[in-house]
Design a protein around this ligand. Structure first.
Ligand code: MLT
Length: 264
């Protein structure tokens, strides 16, 4: 991994291949390794850039609350720091999708394409936001374990969990290794993220929407509605996958992404 400073912090990131840059934004509370299969597949023809977001993986941790806008600004600063000024493809899963929406709203001129994986356009209900704030306080005191126990059963489709125990192990290891302050800060940021449902029609770049058919966090129907609301969007459902479709079905997700990138 490489590191670069962006303002007051350093971000760690993988930067491989050459050609059109494709920024891969991980979910919560994970790191860039969830994209390993996509980094390998894309780097033959493109330039995948997979950061650990502020507060996660090997990147620096800051602040009490880290908003999705802050994380999007970090990505813009990372691209500038490594000399990329041409339009890029932004691809985010779940929380990474919230960051992708924030990037789209703030830097739409910098987007060549958008890939939304297993994510949501709606923000948290009052109850969800309150539960998140409660969990953030718990994580600060107890570490990420209670959060991980709550999330694990929702991440993978039943068949993936049964047939690929290594996926659960790797997710659990990364999540349990995450920094309590980084996790809490992003949770508080997600609790106050914007609802982008009404502005999906303003997304004017080519967009690919990918969802695992059994996603328990970002339901298929909700993602299909996101795709219908975005003017130049294609929708791909990954059968047999849950929330972590890029890890559960890497061949299918890679094929969908490569097919989309070839149209840009
Ligand atoms: C994620 O996978 O990034 C999280 O489930 C997002 C969320 O908690 O809303």
């Amino acid at each position: 991994m490489q590191r670069t400073s962006i303002g007051e912090i350093e971000l760690a990131f993988v930067d491989r291949g050459s050609g059109l840059p494709v920024v891969l934004i991980h979910g919560f509370p994970l790191d860039h390794t969830m994209w390993n299969a996509q980094i390998d597949a894309l780097s033959a023809s493109y330039r995948p850039i997979a950061p650990d977001l502020r507060g996660f993986g090997q990147s620096d941790v800051t602040g009490d609350t880290v908003t999705m806008e802050q994380l999007a600004d970090d990505l813009a600063a990372l691209l500038a720091a490594i000399g990329i000024d041409e339009p890029v493809v932004i691809c985010g899963l779940s929380m990474g999708g919230y960051v992708a929406f924030a990037f789209q709203r703030r830097y739409s001129g910098r987007l060549r394409g958008l890939i939304l994986c297993d994510t949501r356009a709606a923000n948290d209900t009052t109850e969800m936001a309150a539960a998140r704030r409660e969990m953030a306080a718990r994580v600060l005191h107890e570490g990420p374990a209670p959060l991980v126990e709550g999330m694990m059963p929702k991440l993978l489709a039943e068949s993936s969990a049964e047939n690929h125990p290594e996926l659960s192990e790797s997710l659990r290891r990364v999540m349990l290794g995450s920094d309590r302050q980084g996790v809490a800060a992003a949770a508080l940021g997600m609790a106050r993220r914007a609802d982008v449902t009404e502005t999906l029609g303003e997304i004017d770049c080519p967009t690919l929407v990918i969802v695992g058919a059994h996603d328990a966090i970002s339901p298929r129907e909700e993602m299909a509605a996101i795709s219908r609301a975005i003017p130049h969007s294609r929708f791909v459902e990954i059968s047999g996958s849950g929330h972590m479709s890029p890890m559960e079905a890497p061949a299918e997700v890679n094929a969908a992404i490569l097919e989309f990138l070839a149209t840009l």
